[in-house]
Design a protein around this ligand. Structure first.
Ligand SMILES: O=c1ccn([C@@H]2O[C@H](COP(=O)(O)OP(=O)(O)O[C@H]3O[C@H](CO)[C@@H](O)[C@H](O)[C@H]3O)[C@@H](O)[C@H]2O)c(=O)[nH]1
Ligand SMILES: [Mn+2]
Length: 941
């Protein structure tokens, strides 16, 4: 069975268990008892649903009980904040010279209010174009480089090296491929932009004094799968950073997906929510940053700087001790969890909805979807879709922020940054997501394996932001929920155009057009009879609804009522109910939630039935015969689900925004040892190959749609790059071959030809330098990126191409190998960790081959005397180019103890020597040796 291949499925005995334990207002908030009865054999599978969820009393108790108290607190706090804001605003205006400090001692309150209102009307963000003195030379050089490249190819193709014909053919093919991939990579960087946000205006606009807070609610998703590779303390830190985010508490909900169905994580979360009761108020009181305790306490900065409250030192010390105790408790859980009780677990929650100061805590929900053998679970994408549905049923926030379990919130205002775009009245509705760059902790100082990916995050993504928006990278991304439901963005004025899915326009007619246009959505609404209900309700209420453009506000009961007693006339509505179910699955509650564009739950629902519904929408058969993973939610079919999901949205005409605040919004961990890093890169590349071979390949998908062509180029680049590895492998072998055979891929150059070579070389350097100048990326980061491009290319990408083909031809399923996240503070011990993997063979062989080549070439030149150094120079340069790029790899191979596993050395030496021998044999290399042999006598004739 295919699913059996997934390690996490095979290792957990309890994969048939699915539990959804929800706790409102913190895990402790709802007094909850989850009684999970785990079936022990497949035969009992059908009875798996025997687990019970008891919710003692109202699961949402804090709303009425503590609401008043909280409101009072908040108002006081708000007034304080308001004054503070006014002050900062005034000083800033003074600096700008807009407000004159007049002798009368300032303005009266009315004046201030006017200023604030005016300020609140200002845009929430601004495009900051790259200064033209930086960007224009860059563009000119790109054009020049392009022209030079054309002349270069003209020369290369028309002047073959006749004595080394095959070498010449191979090298020219490789060069053409490199040229094409340069175009794919370069032109999407044509008009990069930066953005600036104004958080104070956001707050002035949506958090007015004396009015209810109007910021949009956000559902946070955290995905985890393997508690051994992803230690619970890491997930706990991510969750704590979310719970203490600087955002209105009642608008934050955190959903943790546990794909490993481990009670360990459940227990960890309940401990975490207990700890949050102290941690959250501490963070908010002292404005702690970052709000993940592990990282907060290990910051090596003067934590007393800017702190004025006298209690701070005492509180911090106490907090630190508590965190250490918390860690011990989690470790105890981990130790206990290693022995799995056969008969299952019983978990009993306890009470408490508020933090120690009596303030509300955000909601925390643990979700473990049902998994069974025989069902495809679609890895992370499947988990995220389960969360989309659960959250739609339980909170239905209009925005969703998704994070890997190790990506904690490093900037507590990150969500506000995103809201500056998403709540913007002009562009907000057209944005599918706001992507933040991925930043990392715990990477070695020199970032040996280019883990930081700076070139991608600070150059390519900014380029894309100037076109249609950055690609989605899987984490640190705030989504517009409507975009996840497969709808088109709201059309601007014009009649909504149909988006074609497959081949150019002409086949649209035969495909039957689009499945997801806004027009159709509206049609469905009215067909479903909801329109009718809506107007009925409007009449009943006797007042006009203020909700603009969005779906009808209706009660769940009403839908059900409405759908139950249908007469003949309303048969068609039932038909379209079927349509909706085909699309979203059999959950009226979920379907109803999708129509609420501004989010929120239907009125008059009770939490017990919602929890029941939530369990229903995560059952493993739910997605069958629906469009989940095909047209809606996270898209299936590639283990880099992120690229595919973002791509579908861009094809529909959505725009995305790249937001990189000064203080990094999120931080994660990265695999810092060579083998793990190569495996990660292998997974990404494999995912790209999967997309390339699927119906969603950007080369042919969705023409005639709304995908901008430069954006398409960028997407093509992200899925064809693994194929560059073949050219790269050939090109890295060439110098060794040349050195061993004494031939070269280029015939002797005349003056004009050498000009093209030099010009190309210079233009490559010039684009590099100018790119670094506008982006602010350091030369070291750029160089690491170049090196890793070669290392990854000749190992991971190469394997990805073959595995991808194997998948298509032989149906071998691809595996999502989760990257280990270490929790220990052992500084960079990981860097030197060495794990044997086949991925190491090709680069090792290449290094040895080139070194042998250099030695052979140099010794031959020594023997041949002065005259032969000239032609050798080109070849040596070429070989050094390879060796220098592979240098970090060589270092990784040596490990800390300078020890490399014998098997790698053996294999590589074997391959390298076979290869050199073959060349020596079949080549007129030996006859040429007559020269050197004669000279060996030492007599100059
Ligand atoms: O069956 C699975 C497999 C993975 N995950 C989660 O996916 C996330 C990413 O896994 P990780 O091993 O850390 O992969 P990375 O290569 O570090 O992740 C990058 O690349 C992935 C695509 O390969 C994206 O999904 C991630 O968001 C992105 O950070 C983690 O939270 C996992 O818990 C699941 O929820 N279910
Ligand atoms: Mn990761």
């Amino acid at each position: 069975m295919r699913m059996g291949r997934c390690s996490w499925l095979a290792t957990s005995v309890d994969f048939r268990f699915v539990g959804l334990a929800t706790t409102t207002r913190g895990v402790k908030a709802a007094s909850l008892a989850l009684n999970a009865t785990l079936p022990t054999s497949i035969a009992k599978e059908e009875k798996f649903s025997e687990y019970k969820i008891h919710i003692n009393g109202d699961a949402n108790p804090s709303v009425a009980g503590s609401g008043k108290y909280f409101e009072g607190e908040k108002e006081e706090f708000k007034n304080e904040e308001w004054k503070e804001r006014m002050e900062t605003w005034k000083t800033r205006q003074e600096k700008r010279g807009l407000v004159t400090k007049s002798g009368d001692g300032g303005h009266d309150k009315d004046d201030d209010d006017d200023f604030l209102i005016a300020e609140a009307r200002q845009p929430l963000w601004r495009k900051v174009p790259i200064p033209s003195r930086l960007i224009n030379p860059y563009r000119i050089v790109i054009v020049v480089r392009f022209i030079i490249l054309c002349f270069f190819f003209h020369f290369r193709i028309l002047t073959p090296a006749y004595d080394a014909y095959p070498l010449w053919v191979i090298s020219v093919i490789c060069e053409i491929w490199f040229g094409l991939s340069w175009i794919l990579d370069q032109f999407p960087k044509w008009c990069p932009i930066n953005r600036e946000t104004y958080l104070d205006r956001l707050s002035l606009r949506f958090e007015r004094e004396g009015e209810p807070d109007r910021l949009s609610p956000v559902d946070f998703f955290v995905s985890t799968v393997d508690p051994l590779k992803e230690p619970p303390i890491i997930t706990a830190n991510t969750v704590l950073s979310i719970l203490s985010v600087d955002y209105p508490t009642e608008k934050v909900s955190c959903y943790v997906s546990d794909d490993g169905a481990s009670m360990l994580l459940f227990d960890t979360l309940s401990e975490t929510s207990e700890f949050a009761r102290r941690w959250v108020p501490f963070c908010k009181k002292y404005n702690a940053e970052p709000r993940a305790p592990e990282f907060y306490f290990s910051e090596k900065i003067d934590y007393l700087k800017d702190k004025v409250q006298p209690t701070f030192v005492k509180d911090r010390r106490a907090m630190k001790r508590e965190y250490e105790e918390f860690k011990v408790r989690i470790n105890a859980l981990v130790a206990k969890a290693q022995k799995k009780p056969e008969e299952g677990w019983v978990y009993l929650g306890s009470e408490g909805a508020l933090d120690i100061e009596g303030k509300e805590l955000p909601k925390l929900v643990y979700v473990s979807r049902e998994k069974r053998p025989g069902y495809l679970h679609h890895k992370k994408a499947g988990a995220m879709n389960a969360l989309v549905r659960v959250s739609a049923v339980l909170t239905n926030a209009p925005f969703i922020l998704n994070l890997d379990c190790d990506h904690y919130l490093n900037n507590s205002k990150a969500v506000r940054e995103a809201m500056c775009f998403l709540m913007d009245p002009q562009v907000g509705k057209k944005l599918c997501y706001v992507q933040f760059p991925q930043r990392f902790d715990g990477i070695d100082r020199h970032d040996r394996y280019a883990n930081r990916n700076v070139v991608f995050f600070d150059i390519n993504m900014k380029g894309l932001d100037g076109i249609q928006g950055p690609v989605y990278v899987g984490t640190g991304c705030v989504f517009n929920r409507q975009a996840l439901y497969g709808y088109d963005p709201p059309a601007s004025e014009k009649r909504p155009k149909m988006t074609c899915d497959c081949w150019p326009n002409w086949c649209c007619c035969c495909c039957g057009g689009s499945r997801k246009s806004k027009a159709k959505k509206k049609g469905l609404k009215s067909l479903l009879g909801l329109g009718g209900l809506y107007s009925k309700k409007k009449k009943m209420m006797g007042k006009q609804y203020t909700r603009k453009s969005s779906g009808p506000a209706f009660d769940l009961e009403e839908i059900e009522e409405g759908l139950e007693g249908y007469d003949e006339l309303e048969k068609s509505s039932l038909m379209s109910q079927k349509n909706f179910e085909k699309r979203f699955g059999m959950s009226p509650v979920f379907v109803a939630s999708t129509l609420k564009e501004d989010g929120g739950l239907p009125e008059g629902t009770n939490s017990t039935s919602l929890v029941k519904e939530a369990i229903h929408v995560i059952s493993c058969g739910y997605e069958e015969k629906t469009e989940w993973g095909k047209e809606i939610g996270w898209i299936y079919g590639s283990i880099t689900e992120d690229i595919l999901t973002g791509f579908k949205m861009h094809c529909r005409g959505w725009r995305s925004v790249y937001c990189s605040p000064k203080r990094p919004a999120f931080k994660g961990s990265a695999p810092i040892n060579l083998s793990d890093r190569l495996h990660q890169v292998l997974r990404w590349a494999l995912g790209s190959v999967e997309i390339f071979l699927s119906r969603h390949c950007p080369l042919w998908y969705a023409y005639g749609g709304k995908l901008k062509w430069l954006e398409r180029l960028a997407y093509i680049n992200t899925i064809v790059y693994p194929f560059t590895s073949i050219a790269l492998l050939a090109y890295c072998t060439l110098p060794a071959v040349c050195l061993l055979t004494g031939k070269f891929i280029v015939p002797t150059l005349n003056n004009l030809a050498s000009i093209w070579f030099i010009a190309l070389f210079l233009s490559i350097i010039a684009t590099g330098i100018l790119e670094l100048r506008w982006s602010g990326v350091s030369i070291e980061d750029w160089w690491r990126n170049e090196q890793f491009w070669v290392i990854g290319g000749v190992s991971a990408h190469l394997f990805a191409v073959f595995q991808g083909l194997l998948k298509v031809l032989a149906g071998v399923d691809t595996n999502f190998t989760v990257t280990s996240k270490t929790a220990d503070d052992n500084e960079f011990g990981e860097l030197y960790l060495f794990k044997w993997t086949t991925l190491l063979i090709p680069p090792t062989t290449l290094i040895i081959l080139n070194m042998v080549g250099v030695v052979a070439g140099v010794s031959e030149a020594i023997n041949n005397g002065y005259g032969s150094w000239g032609p050798l120079f080109g070849k040596l340069f070429f070989a050094f180019w390879v060796i220098v790029h592979l240098y970090p790899f060589l270092k990784g191979l040596m490990g800390r103890q300078n020890r490399t596993p014998t098997i790698v050395v053996l294999w590589s030496i074997l391959l390298a020597s076979i290869f050199s021998l073959v060349w020596v044999r079949i080549d007129p290399f030996l006859p040429k040796q007559t020269g050197p042999i004669l000279k060996q006598c030492g007599v100059e004739c």
